[in-house]
Design a protein around this ligand. Structure first.
Ligand code: PRX
Length: 632
């Protein structure tokens, strides 16, 4: 059968149906939304609590909801400690492979030892409950140890993606006011060494709050260490303070676990704050149900722990569920485009969870690379980060999933903590749709007046209920959190505005179309136009700048920028390249613009806001729409 003749709906096989952790959706969904608190209490019961909660959901100060208030828990108690008391103790928790082939494995017992030592080291550096530790690392096991070590002692982690650069790191350190930074000498990417410590040094100069920098030796780069501030982790581990015993601190369910910065509509990134209790319940439940996790599974979420996908589904959800997790530091196509397929074969990976960009990127090398490998261990595949185009979906399904693996397309956000819309393995699939709401969630598509639109009509995606994994606030900015995300209806109910446009079809399947605000998804990474613009304007020759996203075959969107130069500076090709590099140096390579266009003026509203939609329409040769607010 050729592709065009294939049905639009893919039904799960008998095998998938027979082994599903959840073998019925509709009735359970109905139960979960009609008895939301009961449903989530039942899920919470599967975890270990130091003290049981008083209330499941406290709505008294909406939209600042509280979940499992009065309860005491620690996510590490569930992700590590409880496994030490059962058969998981000697089970593999982490398998790590580096680009150049180094392999390190940690059992749950070994993971506990590393986390305890790290936690004791942090304590010895004065880190206390409630302190925010910034972590800037390549994708190595120590990144996971550092996160868990913070959580274990009740400190809050703020992980900054290792692909970000000086300004992005400095502004996040600054906002969090971190005293301690954990980093590494460097990382590997495509055979090249990435000099993280130099970037960290430059960032620490810009953000003076750092008093202690703990540095992991990863690739042996010769780096500059400031003697009174910087310490090698292996030196600290050799001291008696780094004992391998450390009690996990009970935290209140609503105590902060981490902040993670994400790009928003305006200005600087927002530190989304997540808590111990609800987040533990939500990530583990979604992971267990949507990905049918079994005790023998080897789970590979090929994201970076520096993004929410990595927080929730490399580290916390899978470890709570006692899975074996695969970590790979390196490029998917290094040294050849079969690297990932080789990893799947070598380690017998059962579930692969990745992004449409990665799939498209590997698809372009052709079928012969995956076909060299035995991928029969794969049972399920997952997708996240942006809408998956049907062509990539089919290739993923046919070639990687050998027509037998359901594709779990999960729609969610940094703010939601975990999957909001996703199929279960038993759900009939339509390529390009994340299908139906996860249990407990009610979603809708509304127009500008907040009225629900007709079936198949496009509008704004909203969530009509609170859920345990939701971010609790924007760090230090409650007002902005309430204003940006929540609106109250006349009947008193609250709605969460996702910032995405979407439609819902006749079968109730949700089709997410894309962002509606000034957020760009580039290769699945979330970037704000404001951050890119401010990186451009920080160049001495730039007076004003605007950034928009234009469709790109591989990346989903590519960054196009428009620049007004300061008086007297002439546009040139060299300057264009210089500006591209400048943005890459300030923000990180992922933010490097595809194009820099020099212009004399930018379309603005009378109040001076850049009209990016006009720039975008012009670039695409489309109708520029309503121009009535355009400045003369
Ligand atoms: O636009 C949606 C898109 O990614 C946004 C959230 O980005 P971030 O906070 O970085 O989290 C990404 C990983 C959870 C959303 O507003 N998005 C995420 N998953 C999907 C998606 N768009 C379509 N389909 C998805 N499965």
């Amino acid at each position: 059968m050729n592709d065009a003749a294939k049905p639009d709906i893919f039904y799960p096989s008998e095998e998938v149906l027979n082994q599903a952790n959840v073998n019925e959706y509709e009735e359970m969904y109905k139960y979960s939304v009609e008895n939301r608190e009961q449903f989530w209490a039942e899920q919470a019961e599967t975890l270990n609590w130091f003290k049981k909660w008083d209330t499941v959901l406290d709505e008294s100060n909406a939209p600042f909801y509280k979940w499992f208030d009065g309860g005491q828990i620690n996510i590490v108690h569930n992700a590590v400690d409880r496994h030490l008391e059962n058969a998981n103790r000697n089970k593999m928790a982490i398998i790590w492979e580096s680009e150049h082939g180094e392999v390190r494995n940690f059992s749950y017992n070994g993971l506990n030892r590393e986390v305890c030592k790290f936690a004791n080291v942090l304590r010895s550096m004065g880190v206390e409950k409630g302190d925010i530790v910034t972590i800037y690392m390549p994708q190595i096991p120590e990144l996971v140890f550092a996160m868990l070590a913070c959580a274990k002692i009740g400190a809050i982690h703020s992980v900054v993606y290792g692909g970000f650069s000086t300004e992005a790191l400095a502004s996040r350190i600054d906002d969090a006011h971190s005293r301690v930074l954990v980093t590494a000498d460097g990382g590997w990417r495509r055979g090249k060494q990435i000099d993280l410590k130099s970037i960290a040094n430059a960032a620490m100069e810009r953000s003076p709050s750092i008093e202690v920098c703990i540095c992991v030796k990863n690739n042996g780069l010769d780096v500059e260490m400031e003697p009174t501030r910087d310490f090698w982790l292996h030196d600290l581990f050799a001291l008696p303070i780094a004992s391998s015993k450390c009690e996990t601190v009970p935290t209140d369910a609503e105590d902060p676990l981490f902040i993670l910065y994400t790009s928003g509509t305006t200005g600087k990134p927002k530190g989304m704050l997540h808590t111990h209790g609800g987040y533990s319940v939500y990530t583990s439940t979604t992971h267990r149900m949507a990905f049918d996790i079994k005790p023998q599974d080897r789970w590979w979420c090929a994201a970076d722990p520096g993004w929410i996908t990595g927080h929730s589904y490399i580290v916390y959800g899978p470890l709570i569920n006692g899975a074996t997790i695969m970590l790979y530091e390196g490029a998917p196509n290094y040294p050849y485009p079969n690297r990932w397929w080789q990893i799947i074969e070598n380690y017998g990976i059962n579930i692969l969870y990745t992004s449409p960009t990665a799939i498209r990127g590997l698809m372009r090398f052709g079928d012969r690379w995956p076909k060299k490998h035995d991928l029969s261990s794969l049972r399920l595949l997952g997708s996240v980060g942006e809408p998956i185009n049907p062509e990539a979906w089919r290739w993923y399904h046919n070639v990687i999933g050998q027509d037998k693996c359901p594709i779990i397309d999960t729609w969610w956000q940094t703010e939601t903590g975990g999957f909001m819309v996703c199929p279960l393995p038993i759900t009939p699939l339509k390529p390009g749709s994340a299908t139906k709401p996860f249990f407990g969630n009610e979603l809708a598509v509304v127009d500008d007046d907040g009225e629900e639109v007709e079936v198949n009509e496009e509008g704004k995606l909203i969530i009509k209920n609170p859920w345990p994994g939701m971010a609790r606030t924007i760090f230090k900015d409650d007002a902005r959190y309430a204003e940006l995300y929540w609106s109250q209806r006349e009947d008193g109910s609250w709605r969460y505005l996702a910032g995405d446009s979407a439609k819902i079809d006749d079968d109730g399947y949700i089709w997410v179309i894309g962002r509606m605000d000034e957020v760009l998804k580039v290769s699945g990474y979330r970037l704000g136009t404001a951050e890119i613009e401010s990186a451009l304007v920080s160049h001495p020759k730039v007076s004003e700048a605007a950034a928009v996203g234009l469709p790109h075959e591989l990346k989903g969107n590519a960054i196009h920028t428009y620049v007004i130069l300061i008086d007297g500076v002439e546009p040139s090709k060299e300057l264009m390249l210089e500006l591209k590099t400048h943005v890459g140096n300030e923000m990180g390579k992922i933010a490097t613009p595809e194009a820099v266009e020099f212009v004399e003026a930018l379309p603005k509203t009378r109040s001076g806001k850049i009209m990016r939609r006009v720039l975008k329409a012009r670039a695409l040769g489309q109708d520029e729409g309503d121009l009535s607010t355009l400045e003369e």
